[in-house]
Design a protein around this ligand. Structure first.
Ligand code: SF4
Length: 261
């Protein structure tokens, strides 16, 4: 082989992530946040006013009762870092990319907490692990997505991340799929198409909400242009936060759901 090509290979290094389960991201990545226990109530109120999506809150979060202090709801957070800029000594986004879970309330990161976000094993439907553990075909539905999450999902299948090594692939037709991955805030215009796609997917089918927009509507939450009844009627098997989610967040979330080591 010519010397020039050999040198090029050396410069490029490895083109794939050898182990997706242990791969870490650089410190610049915005992953699971930490809210210091010393955040004062008046500081929390100030930050709350800055947050563009209502992800930063005080007291009870969606799905929780009797809580005090402040929190960030990763299902609504767009990772803009405005809260971190406002209180740089007390709010910090770590590079922990393992953010996916099957419990909506698990996406609430409370003040003073420093714990990994995980799945509740008891809530995973048995048939998911029996049928899809070694091969999972997914149909992606962009329900008014902005192509950000869609691009990251594409990247999950490229040579770097190569989720196909686990038998996880996107397919063109819902009739060939084991589940759907929804991106985007679900506009009224896409509501019927989403339902048709879901109905066309054979049972048992799984639902994955990928990205902040799909989980909560993101910055579009409350817009009359949205029609999110689908996400209220059908419980999600997996929530994958991020705006957009990183391929490692998506892939590791699915592997956790499937019970892969
Ligand atoms: S990073 Fe998240 S919680 Fe903080 S201000 Fe932005 S949207 Fe709100």
């Amino acid at each position: 082989m010519p010397i020039k090509e050999i040198n090029l290979f050396h410069q490029h290094g490895r083109q794939f992530v050898p182990d997706l389960r242990t791969a870490s991201l650089p410190a610049i990545f915005r992953g699971r946040p930490l809210l210091d226990a010393s955040i004062l109530p008046e500081e929390a109120v100030r930050v709350k006013q800055l947050c563009p999506t209502g992800a930063f809150g005080t007291g009870d979060a969606p799905g929780t009762v009797g809580d005090t202090g402040c929190y960030i709801d990763l299902g609504a957070c767009v990772f803009c870092r405005e809260c971190e800029f406002a209180l740089p000594d007390k709010i910090r986004f770590t590079n922990d990319h393992r953010l996916a879970t099957n419990i909506r309330a698990e996406l609430i990161v409370r003040q003073g907490e420093d714990r990994r976000i995980t799945l509740d094993e008891s809530r995973i439907r048995k048939e998911i692990r029996i049928l899809f553990r070694n091969a999972l075909k997914l149909r992606q539905v962009s329900a008014a997505g902005d192509n950000a999450t869609e691009m990251e999902l594409n990247a999950a299948g490229n040579v770097n991340f190569d989720m196909g090594r686990y038998g996880i692939e996107f397919v063109a037709s819902p009739r060939h799929a084991d589940g759907i991955v929804i991106t985007g805030p679900v506009s009224a215009n896409m509501a019927a198409a989403l339902q048709i796609c879901y109905d066309a997917t054979p049972e048992p089918r799984i639902i994955i909400l990928a990205g902040t927009n799909a989980i909560s509507g993101g910055i579009f939450a409350g817009s009359p242009a949205l029609h999110r009844e689908f996400t209220e009627i059908y419980p999600a098997d997996l929530y994958v936060p991020g705006n957009p989610p990183h391929p490692l967040t998506f892939i590791n979330g699915i592997l956790d759901l499937l019970g892969k080591p």
